[in-house]
Design a protein. Structure first.
Length: 377
């Protein structure tokens, strides 16, 4: 990158950070008023208007390289953490959108990156839907095009996403990634059932049966979606969103104790102290994970293992924090409609990521035989 281009990018990131901070302070001051099953359209629209989605793209595509460079990754961490604070549901959807941009930058052609930029500029939110429903999504060649069949379940923001990156299984070989428009309301299906939390994420299913795609809609090669270290490294973004939920829960605990005149109680102070330790520990792990994810020096196994441990450290911190908050606030922490009750449910639901035991033992197996890397950037 030329020096002038780098300077312009750094200035752009600084301006972006200032805009994000103003937006965060404005929305943070707003009371929790919308129904919790209502998608946060207003916040999404303001993020788009403030240029957040454009900033995610590479410099070549007119963005700020937030999905590509180590410096951009630090700003991306701030973005995901802030949105996780304001809305874990929107944070989940934004994290999926970022994942799509990242995968297209990694595995897409120049033409595919241009097309993605153009589509998202017009249509907005992208989703990554890789959990198969029944039947699973398959891909069949028919002449010069392909025909999809099957359903994706656990499709976040199914009514808002206009373009999805999905995995589809061909007649032979490993699944491939496909970019597909998802604007047909007649293809939307109900989700797996009412979840405990994360209602505002609008999770549903989408039926791709009979949808035709062109060869240029296939991203990368067979098996690229599961290619390491990227497949595991991307988990840091989910941890960043969860960290925002932790931040919010700590603030709600403090505010509630102050409002009750209980902030000077020694037992409550002990719980607040423990909560702050959990919050800062989670934040340190997430920062470590970001540096590992963008490192050009570390072995793939080091990257995967550090990020898996970070993911589990954030999960543990959040679950312990939820228990602390419940003990501090008592039954009032369980009153439906209160912000603290909703954030706890959303956070507990958000944390349910797959295979935690496997992530822990694989990381432990690696580091039992290898030293912790000294250079993580």
């Amino acid at each position: 990158m030329a020096i002038a281009e780098q300077d312009a990018c750094e200035q752009g990131l600084a301006v972006f950070e200032a805009k994000l901070q103003r937006l965060f302070e404005e929305w943070k001051a707003k009371p929790l008023s919308a129904p919790e099953n209502e998608f946060p359209v207003a916040l999404l629209k303001e993020l788009q208007e403030k240029g957040v989605f454009s900033a995610l793209f590479s410099i070549e595509e007119g963005g700020l390289g937030m999905c590509r460079s180590a410096e951009g990754g630090q700003y991306l961490l701030t973005l995901l953490r802030r949105i996780g604070y304001l809305s874990l549901s929107l944070g989940r959807c934004l994290e999926g959108h970022v994942n799509v941009v990242r995968l297209v930058e990694l595995y897409g052609t120049t033409a595919q990156r241009h097309v993605l930029r153009s589509r998202l500029k017009q249509a907005g939110l992208a989703g990554i839907w890789v959990t198969d429903g029944n039947p699973l999504v398959t891909l069949k060649r028919e002449g010069s095009s392909y025909r999809l069949s099957g359903t994706k379940g656990f499709a976040s923001a199914v009514k808002q996403v206009s373009l999805a990156l999905i995995t589809a299984t061909p007649d032979q070989g490993a699944p491939v990634m496909v970019l597909v428009p998802t604007t047909d309301a007649n293809r939307q299906r109900p989700g797996p059932g009412p979840l405990t939390g994360m209602h505002a994420s609008g999770t549903g299913a989408y039926d791709f049966t009979g949808l035709r795609i062109a060869p240029e809609d296939i991203l990368g090669s067979a098996g690229d979606y599961l290619r390491q270290p990227e497949f595991s490294a991307g988990a840091w973004r989910g941890s960043a969103v969860a960290l925002g939920g932790i931040d919010h829960l700590v603030d709600l605990l403090r505010q509630e104790l102050l409002a009750r005149g209980r902030a000077d109680n020694p037992h409550q102070l002990a719980r607040v102290g423990e909560a702050l330790i959990l919050q800062k520990t989670a934040a340190m792990w997430v920062r470590e994970a970001v540096k590992a994810a963008y490192s050009v020096h570390m072995a793939s196994e080091d990257v995967i293992s550090i990020i898996n441990l970070a993911r589990l450290a954030v999960e543990r911190a959040a679950l312990e924090l939820i228990t602390l908050v419940q003990r501090s606030l008592g039954l009032s922490a369980f009153i439906k409609g209160k912000a603290v009750e909703q954030v706890m449910r959303d956070l507990a639901t958000y944390l349910r990521q797959p295979a935690p035991d496997e992530a822990l033992t694989e990381a432990a197996s690696w580091f039992v035989h290898n030293d912790w890397p000294e250079v993580v950037s």
